[in-house]
Design a protein around this ligand. Sequence first.
Ligand code: ADP
Ligand code: MG
Length: 344
Amino acid sequence: MEDQFRTEIGELGEFGLIEHLTKNNETMQASTILSVGDDGAVIDQFGRQSVISTDMLVEGVHFDLMYTPLKHLGYKAVAVNLSDICAMFATPTHITVSIGISNRFSVEAIEEFYEGVYAACAKYNVDLIGGDTSTSHKGFIISVTAIGEVAPGKFVTRGGAQVNDLICVSGDLGGAYLGLQLLEREKKIYLEHNGVQPDLQGQDYLVGRILKPEPRLDIVDWLQEKNIMPTSMIDISDGLSSELLHICKSSDVGCLLYEAKVPISEETKVMGMQFNVPTITCALSGGEDYELLFTIRQEDYEQVARNGNISVIGYITEKEHGAIMETPSGNKHKLVAQGWNAFG
Ligand code: ADP
Ligand code: MG
């Protein structure tokens, strides 16, 4: 935060700040009847169903401002909420953004955060229609609510997977965890060596995976275009194990996951070796990849197999068989939701 360009929030006041942050807010959705500026926003449903999801991000718990540029934070706060809407097989249309800020932040800093918010809105064709602004005594608090639409009854839950359905995942996994490890390593060096500048050259992919996740609306759009209705779906925020176990529990089934089929990028493989951590562990327990995990019926296999952004990684079994991962050498392990514990 540059001191010469610092405007105190007190100079604008709460209403002035909201006005300042939303004065150029343009709505794009025909369903937006009334946006920012009243007691509530109004959206038309056009005979479709709404999906609503909220997530809160707390400084020190979910993000570290030492290595998270505010613009990226604004983008990510929106992106992870849109990812939840996508995971319901719905199309995101609207968001509200609520913030708790202290006078540690200048108007310029909050503006930067909103640049990221608006960039995500523009990219995903979503309207910002409101929010709330409050004082926080310690730390920056962000709460985003996302709204999406879907044809009546066409949303997808975690609970519909059937025995013999195929397990699919978009993109690749484990990169966000290693991106975070890289940022944490550079932060430590910076703090210990009095301002040594971070060396993140050539690490755009992994750092991007943690700082700038993208909701997989492209996958939802593609599946809808091809008339492929997944039987269950969830987004990967906590790691593949944990999310697959959610599907198994909600659907009352088991699963067989093939370790060798789990998609891992070259960048992730190289960095996994540097940090001496198995990349499969990063994929299973690292989290924050924000890819989509879903199940399809066998008859949809051929179409899905032709999409280079989707990997088929296993299949659904009877509940009695449990949730199992098979290694390349044929050993079988029970899947456990270790989350961050996996890394000690
Ligand atoms: P109320 O007293 O009804 O809560 P506010 O003064 O908090 O109203 O908000 C006025 C308008 O500004 C509302 O439309 C609200 O949704 C919007 N708003 C408030 N804070 C934000 C924010 N941080 N980002 C976007 N819109 C906001
Ligand atoms: Mg308010």
